[in-house]
Design a protein around this ligand. Sequence first.
Ligand code: TXD
Length: 319
Amino acid sequence: MARNKIALIGSGMIGGTLAHMIGLKELGDVVLFDIAEGIPQGKGLDIAESAPVDGFDARFTGANSYEAIKGADVCIVTAGVPRKPGMSRDDLLEINLKVMEQVGSGIRKYAPEAFVICITNPLDAMVWALQKFSGLPRNMVCGMAGVLDSARFRHFLAEEFDVSVEDVTAFVLGGHGDTMVPLTRYSTVGGIPLPDLVKMGWTTKDKLDAIVQRTRDGGAEIVGLLKTGSAYYAPASSAIAMAESYLKDKKRVMPVAAHLSGQYGVKDMYVGVPTVVGAGGVERIIEIDLNKSEQKMFDKSVESVAGLCEACAKIAPNL
Ligand code: TXD
């Protein structure tokens, strides 16, 4: 059986980390694509030279032309510009929208059968535009944010409770950004919901609220520390988990920016919701009941995503 082919559109910090992880996990052969000449070639060669030491087999190809992604099984899109301190994700909209147009037509031409995971910010609007530009089926185009946001939430909770991160599950809904909705009653430690842990005296409501806020600001916290760019290790791990669930038909239940066609009362928008990811792409959208305050937070999040999509449609009337 031939190896899977995974195309990385954008070979910057996240793209390079993705390529390395794909090698270490032997998920397939990698094509690194970028407009910058030499970067994808250099990173590909560097990682290929680590393979004899780590003992994995994969081919790494660097490219500046879309032809190289031909027939890819998965495309992970990070092309664009990241945030600098003081910038919001939304400041990136205009530049990255143009990038999505190019990426969309490249995928349409050379990898129309692929499962596409968009990472570029502002995420929910970019994945919406990318699906339209590429014309690929909606269940085959999704965005990565929820896995990362919930991983951040899980890390902070595990630290607070001094338990293994493996035993903490977290549930985050809504758009990627300051309006994301961490759902405490569906987040657990060893199956025990967080509100019960407050009752058991493991933590206080105030501490939990502070953790929720830190989760919402998780991206900005890293940008503030790095100063020259945004997070890349955890974002790469999160996208790999999604790609792996697709390639191995694991059918993992994960929060993904998915196309909604009426679910949660939202039409033709991408928003972070719990889904099942398997060989059919985003196979199922899980619709849970929200209580009043959760619904209010979710609506606010949807509203901000809708604003971004409108801004995109103004810049690119062909959307
Ligand atoms: O949760 C999430 N979704 C995110 C999103 C978490 C962290 C970062 N997130 C966003 O991912 C971030 O705001 C950026 O929009 C992307 C990529 O972040 P990365 O840190 O990898 O950015 P880099 O290192 O600047 O890499 C971007 C690369 C760079 O090599 C450019 O030369 C290339 O994109 N680039 C392009 N490639 C192809 N085609 C075009 N037009 C293009 N323009 C720039």
